[in-house]
Design a protein around this ligand. Structure first.
Ligand SMILES: *Cc1c(COP(=O)(O)O)cnc(C)c1O
Length: 365
């Protein structure tokens, strides 16, 4: 049997280690996972009620059109219903975009390091990947523009960027958008949108009418706390959305995910509270970094990339032994860093104490 040539060197996605596995392997009673940028406070209580109400309908296929959540999101964003495409997580919207738009005679432009799935899915479609290194953690938008040619189909902008946490402001984003040729789709991946506090963050939804080659991605996996249910969406031009739809599996978001997202979107108070706590948590990490003179990127997301000036895997292993799962920067393109998800106040203090002890012991040696 022969699989696509381009698939052979690819590795499956390496997820943050699951809590149960770490507990088992290391015999630890308490393990805190601060690795995959999940919401440490879980989801709104209203979501749990909404899921309960669906439990008698599990034998019925979900609504493939996702009517209710479609209507709700359209209202929430003040866009038309036909501007939305839902995915089994935003990951699937990325997959659908690549499947529908990329092939071996096309190329796609992205920053590096950035979110791994743009490249991964584009490679499977056989497209040429044009990666432009970040500059000081930020997208080099001018550099990305120079990589675009007549065969470019998609340019990916991760804002805020995972794993650096930096964001692109309104002015820079707009000037970029104005300079991207109209035959190229600009994808603004805003997975951390709800956590952003920067006042000059671009309001991309308001640009959709003018820029038909813009698509915005959002997810319920991060601030909304629904990572396990897998639901996210893209917002764009109705014609584009319509032509993407045949590449979407017919029942790709589940009944439970749709109901949960509906309830989650209704509880904006909860999101505001999580966003506030996230900023407080980041202050804990900023103070820690400044005390130990560690470099980090200022972040608009719910994670922080800290440069420990030693192998990221070493930081990862040390923390793992002490019951904290983080992401080593080695897998993320920052070999001397670790990416830590902001937890609750106690979790943040715990990991900070643990790291402080390590750094102080080393100083003494
Ligand atoms: C987490 C994340 C996603 C995907 O989230 P889903 O769980 O698939 O909705 C997309 N983009 C970025 C940058 C992310 O960090």
């Amino acid at each position: 049997m022969q699989i696509k040539q381009q698939l052979i060197p690819l590795k499956p996605y390496e997820p943050g280690k699951p809590i149960e596995e770490v507990q088992r392997e290391l015999g630890l009673e308490k393990v805190v996972k601060l690795a995959s940028n999940e919401n440490p406070f879980g989801c709104s209580e209203k979501v749990k009620q909404a899921i309960q109400e669906q439990l008698n309908a599990l034998h019925i296929y979900p609504d493939g059109y996702a009517f209710q959540i479609r209507e709700k999101v359209a209202q929430h964003l003040n866009v038309d219903k036909d501007q939305l495409i839902f995915g089994n997580g935003t990951d699937e919207v990325i997959l659908i975009l690549c499947r529908a738009m990329l092939s071996s005679d096309t190329n796609t432009v992205m920053a590096t390091p950035s979110f791994s799935q743009y490249k991964h899915n584009a490679l499977i479609e056989g497209a040429e990947i044009r990666e432009v290194p970040l500059m000081n953690g930020e997208h080099d938008l001018d550099g990305m523009l120079t990589q675009i040619d007549e065969n470019t189909r998609i340019v990916w902008v991760c804002n805020p960027n995972n794993p650096s946490g930096n964001y692109i402001d309104k002015e820079r984003f707009l000037s970029f958008l104005q300079n991207v040729p109209k035959h190229v789709l600009v994808v603004s991946d805003e997975a951390y949108f709800e956590y952003v506090v920067a006042e000059d963050y671009p309001d991309t939804i308001s640009l959709l009418n003018e820029y038909r080659n813009l698509m915005v991605l959002r997810t319920f996996s991060k601030a909304y706390g629904l990572a396990a249910l897998r639901i996210g969406y893209g917002v764009g031009n109705p014609n584009l959305i319509k032509s993407l739809d045949p590449a979407r599996p017919p029942f790709n978001t589940s009944t439970l995910a749709q109901a949960a997202a509906l309830a989650a979107l209704d509880d904006q108070e909860y999101i505001q509270d999580c966003r506030k706590k996230n900023r407080e948590g980041l202050e804990q990490f900023y103070a820690f970094c400044s005390k130990y003179k560690l470099d980090y990127y200022p972040t608009q997301a719910n994670f922080i990339l800290i440069d420990f000036k030693r192998k990221g895997n070493e930081v990862f292993q040390y923390l793992l032994k002490n019951g904290y799962i983080v992401r080593s920067g080695e897998a993320l393109g920052f070999p001397t860093s670790a990416r830590i998800t902001v937890g609750n106040q106690e979790e943040n203090q715990g990991i900070i104490d643990c790291l402080s002890q390590w750094l102080e012991n080393e100083e003494r040696d």
